[in-house]
Design a protein around this ligand. Structure first.
Ligand SMILES: [Fe+2]
Length: 369
């Protein structure tokens, strides 16, 4: 038994950002642009804002890992000005903050009520247009908002169907300004979404198709995007890979690689994609025997014969991308391993195709030192 639902309209292609004014006009009359502090200083935001009119408010008070405080500040702005359509331009941080604020602004805040307070959201929300400027998170097609709460030392995804963007406006030209390190980490995040959606215990045939195509696209295009940041065919391929990766894991959910990524990013300050890349090839080796015929099918999408070859190919891609490949590089020492193992057992670990014990994970982490 499986079900599949995707309410977001997807508009994809080079230059589709130029149609933003028409999409906004169809959804409301008082838009806000939501972006991050760095992007807000770049010409691309001026260009996008300019198409909507000079008096369109811009909200950019968003940290690289968005916080409940950012959501509440955006919620206040939406209510104070009477915003009726939200346009999020950026990476996962801007999109995740905008998703939560678009619902909380209508339903009443603060967002902490829903994030850690146990209150339940309903379907009321403002329409959101999501315009990714990275190629990796897939946030433009998921109902997931990952938020931190520094005062409670708590970071967790808030997930609700009201968070699906109305429109994902995916223009690969917006990803050209990404620095190489962001291209690398977000590209590996897209690969991790495809692989984890495929091997999740909740895998299903529609998402399998997205996953296999996304894996093929990452191996075809990520090396070229890293080599030449202005290679538009590679950028287009990676934007599509990220979109399909998001669709691939959205219903089945991620598994062990994402479970382990949380302490690696929270405690050792790795970018999310780099944290996923850290264990990805190791879990491909670990899960291979548990995947039966599905293993070679996944490997084949990357041009590999089996899961062992796929693990080698992912390890090589990670190293060539310049991402960290050992735990010692990011400051983990042998004495930290037991705490790292304990912090890695997020509920997503339950979706892994092969059960993972603390001893298994400690062995894996020790090999990665
Ligand atoms: Fe991810």
């Amino acid at each position: 038994m499986w079900s599949y639902r995707q309410p977001t309209q997807i508009v994809f292609g080079l230059g589709v950002r130029e149609a933003l004014p028409e999409h906004v006009a169809a959804l409301g009359s008082s838009p806000v642009i939501v972006t991050d502090r760095v992007l807000a200083t770049l010409p691309v935001i001026d260009e996008i804002t300019g198409t909507l009119g000079d008096d369109v408010p811009i909200f950019s008070d968003i940290d690289p890992n968005p916080t409940v405080g950012s959501v509440d500040a955006l919620t206040d702005l939406i209510r104070d000005i009477g915003i009726d359509v939200v346009v999020a331009v950026g990476g996962g941080s801007s999109l995740d903050c905008a998703k939560a604020a678009s619902s909380v602004a209508v339903q009443g805040g603060p967002v902490r009520r829903y994030h850690s307070g146990g209150a339940t959201l309903d379907m009321r929300h403002l329409p959101l247009i999501a315009m990714p400027t990275t190629a990796g998170t897939g946030s433009e097609v998921t109902p997931i908002s990952v938020l931190g709460d520094p005062e409670k030392d708590f970071k967790a995804p808030l997930v609700h169907d009201s968070f699906f963007p109305a429109i994902a406006l995916v223009d690969p030209e917006l990803t050209v300004s990404m620095p190489r390190s962001v291209t690398a980490s977000t590209g590996l995040d897209a690969l991790a979404h495809a692989i984890e959606g495929y091997w999740s215990k909740n895998h299903q045939p529609i998402c399998d198709s997205f996953a296999l195509q996304a894996v093929e696209l990452v191996f075809q295009h990520l090396p070229k995007a890293l080599e030449d940041s202005s290679d538009m065919a590679a950028r287009e391929g990676m934007s599509l890979a990220a979109l399909l990766g998001g669709l691939a894991f959205q219903a089945p959910s991620n598994a062990a690689v994402h479970a382990c990524s949380f302490p690696l990013s929270n405690d050792y300050h790795l970018a999310h994609g780099a944290a996923c890349a850290m264990t990805l090839d190791h879990f491909i080796r670990f899960n291979g025997a548990a995947m039966g015929e599905r293993g070679p099918a996944l490997a084949e999408a990357a041009g590999c014969a089996d899961m062992t070859e796929l693990a080698d190919a992912v390890a090589a891609l990670k190293a060539a991308s310049g991402l960290p490949t050992t735990l010692s590089e990011i400051g983990v020492s042998e004495g930290d391993l037991s705490a790292l193992v304990e912090a890695s057992f997020h509920p997503l670990m339950q979706n892994n195709p092969r059960s993972v014990t603390p001893a298994d994970l400690e062995t894996m982490y020790r090999e990665m030192l």
